[in-house]
Design a protein around this ligand. Structure first.
Ligand SMILES: [Zn+2]
Length: 326
């Protein structure tokens, strides 16, 4: 098991809101994107729609959330948005769940050497008797989405495993669209990895307490972009889902989605931060328990320009809308 405590964070609203958008897209019978079944097939949306239908019906009927993962006492509501956060809760509230699944939420593509084999641990394969909800411990979010999608398509998969596959896919499709779940950078000055922006401090506006760049993108920007009312937020995001964007966004593979996030991490999350002069170079981040986050070491803190948020919020909204239709 690889200990990466700094990746443990409270459930972000990024995945929850992505689930909410997925729910709205599913429920919309005829809105700005009113596709016939023929059009859905032609655009590749048909399989997607069937999956959403499956999500709505199976999850609502399911009473197995609490014990869905062996020994896991993790309970969430049975709507898509709530279920979309289940995988984070499993990781945070269950020792075995953390041990097995904590590396599955991201793909740490190196800022300077964007090779996928290393952050995906050589792409381990599952044997015919393995179930994707239990292994391999070392794998990345790209491979896990592929594995769970394969289980959902396979008629031989047990109903219990399909339910787990669905819960993981719901969450991981959100994770893979958060740019800093697809990039990590080693500061050349001190040779410290930042673990997806977790060891980079930022100050925004009048703030005095540095915030991790990663959580800024997980939660703060999402709240700034869309407010606290998740229904209003979903409605606002749905305006981005036009027939054209729906057709364009419905394409692609998890690997392509991760590459897209990686590019956005460089162009919109890191840019405007690491290329400015730090205001502090020895900040010590704390873990949730209160002790120093030893992974980070002395960290740099940057004050971001107000214009940074304009570009970042645009990216956050579009990534959430894309993730909602994928
Ligand atoms: Zn996650």
């Amino acid at each position: 098991m690889i200990e990466r405590p700094i990746k443990l964070r409270r459930t972000s609203c990024f995945e929850h809101l992505r689930g909410q958008v997925a729910l709205w897209v599913s429920l919309r019978s005829c809105g700005p994107v009113c596709l016939s079944r023929g059009e859905m097939r032609a655009t590749g949306s048909w399989l997607w729609w069937r999956r959403k239908y499956f999500q709505l019906t199976v999850l609502k009927r399911s009473k197995s959330s609490i014990q869905a993962w062996p020994g896991a006492n993790v309970s969430v509501g049975h709507d898509i948005a709530s279920e979309a956060t289940w995988a984070d809760l499993l990781r945070e509230n269950n020792g075995k769940g953390k041990e097995v699944t904590e590396l599955w939420h991201f793909v740490d593509i190196d800022y300077d050497k964007p090779d996928l084999d290393k952050p995906c641990f050589g792409h381990p394969t599952l044997s015919d008797t393995d179930v994707a909800s239990q292994k391999p411990v070392q794998d990345c979010v790209i491979d896990k989405i592929d594995q769970f999608e394969n289980e959902l398509k396979n008629p031989q998969t047990s109903a219990a495993e399909k339910l787990l596959a669905l819960k993981f896919v719901l969450h991981f499709v959100g994770d893979i669209h958060q740019p800093l779940h697809a990039a990590t950078r080693t500061d050349p000055d001190v040779q410290h990895e930042d673990f997806g922006g977790n060891c980079v401090g930022i100050l925004h506006g009048a703030a005095r307490d540095p915030e991790r760049l990663h959580s800024y993108w997980d939660t703060t920007l999402v709240m700034a972009a869309l407010g606290k009312d998740e229904n209003q937020a979903a409605v606002s995001l749905m305006s981005l889902v036009t027939p054209d964007s729906n057709q364009q966004w419905s394409k692609g593979t998890p690997e392509e989605w991760a590459q897209e996030s990686y590019r956005l991490a460089k162009s919109s999350a890191y840019a405007g931060v690491i290329d400015t002069a730090p205001v502090q170079t020895d900040f010590v981040f704390k873990e949730f328990g209160g002790g120093p986050d030893k992974r980070c070491g002395p960290s740099k803190v940057y004050r971001i320009d107000p214009s940074y948020n304009q570009q970042a919020i645009k990216v956050v909204k579009e990534q959430l809308a894309k993730a909602g239709v994928r």
